[in-house]
Design a protein around this ligand. Structure first.
Ligand SMILES: [Fe+2]
Length: 295
């Protein structure tokens, strides 16, 4: 695998792994001192940043895992801890994998984690999920029983959604919960989404910036809402507790897909009258980035 080019699905057919489930060996022994040093830099600055920002369950999960600053974690050891607590394991993959492969892993409580680590000159790298995003961002939450069940249900739902042709709608639910979700705690809003928890800049933006909207989570609403893959989110959706995800895991989404079929999609920065608005954003961040209107 060329270290400085694309990974996984994005790397093209020539780099497709031999195994049909796209797993590879983590090859822990092959990480270089530079790889571990990059992990350490990311781990230390993000651990400091998340104090008072990540939800209590994230912090608790992190403490219970064999994960520290000094080296990239060994997936076998992470899996031992996870297996005992929530029955999950981590499998190494080269990068993004095809949807049906991803869903099948999740449905069987296997979390596919990118094996590579970003380059030291790209610490705030966004394009492809690497070992820091996948392991630091996702694995602590997989120690929580509610999230553990929810993500498995998402994998099962993904296989059904593919057959129904509603994958975009389902993917938005994952995006606005597992990746970019906020949760209300007694002392304020906190981060549980891995996309935020693994990002130095977004972990500040999502909670502190006056720019984005923070809106109470509603399933059908979220299914209709597009998202940004290349920048901070314009809206974050807030759940009242992680138990809400457990309820979601039990819901049959089929009637919800049917109810919203043919309805318009919402732009990422739209606020609806029916929204439970927690903070109405001023939109300054994304407005400043839009090209000026001619004339
Ligand atoms: Fe992720």
């Amino acid at each position: 695998m060329p270290a400085d080019s694309k990974h996984g699905l994005a790397a093209g057919d020539a780099f497709r792994p031999e195994r049909a489930d796209w797993t590879i060996d983590q090859g822990w022994e092959h990480y270089t001192p530079q790889d571990h040093a990059t992990w350490k830099t990311l781990f230390e600055r993000q651990t400091k940043m998340l104090v008072g920002r990540a939800c209590d369950e994230f912090i608790e999960g992190m403490h219970r895992l064999p994960m520290g600053a000094d080296e990239i974690p060994d997936f076998r050891r992470l899996s031992d801890s996870l297996m005992r607590r929530t029955g999950w394991q981590i499998v190494a993959v080269p990068g993004l994998v095809p949807d049906e492969v991803f869903f099948d892993h999740l449905a069987h409580r296997r979390f596919p984690a990118g094996q590579f680590i970003r380059r030291p000159q790209e610490l705030d790298y966004l394009e492809e999920p690497d070992v820091f995003h996948d392991v630091f961002g996702h694995v602590p939450m997989l120690m929580n029983p509610a999230i553990a069940d929810y993500i498995q249900a998402y994998g099962e739902g993904g296989l059904r959604a593919q057959q129904l042709g509603v994958l975009d709608q389902l993917a938005r639910v994952y995006w606005y919960t597992v990746e970019f979700g906020l949760v209300r705690q007694e002392d304020g809003l906190r981060i549980y989404g891995a996309g935020i928890a693994s990002s130095f800049t977004e972990s500040v933006f999502a909670l502190d910036s006056p720019s984005p909207h923070r809106i109470g989570f509603d399933l059908a609403r979220v299914m209709r809402t597009r998202y940004r893959i290349d920048d901070f989110q314009e809206s974050y959706f807030v759940i009242d507790s992680l138990e809400q995800l457990l309820e979601l895991a039990r819901i049959d989404f089929a009637p919800v897909y049917a109810a919203i079929r043919g309805q318009a999609e919402h732009a990422p920065g739209t606020v609806l009258e029916s929204d439970r608005v927690i903070h109405r954003g001023i939109g300054s961040y994304h407005r400043a980035k839009r090209p000026a209107q001619p004339g």
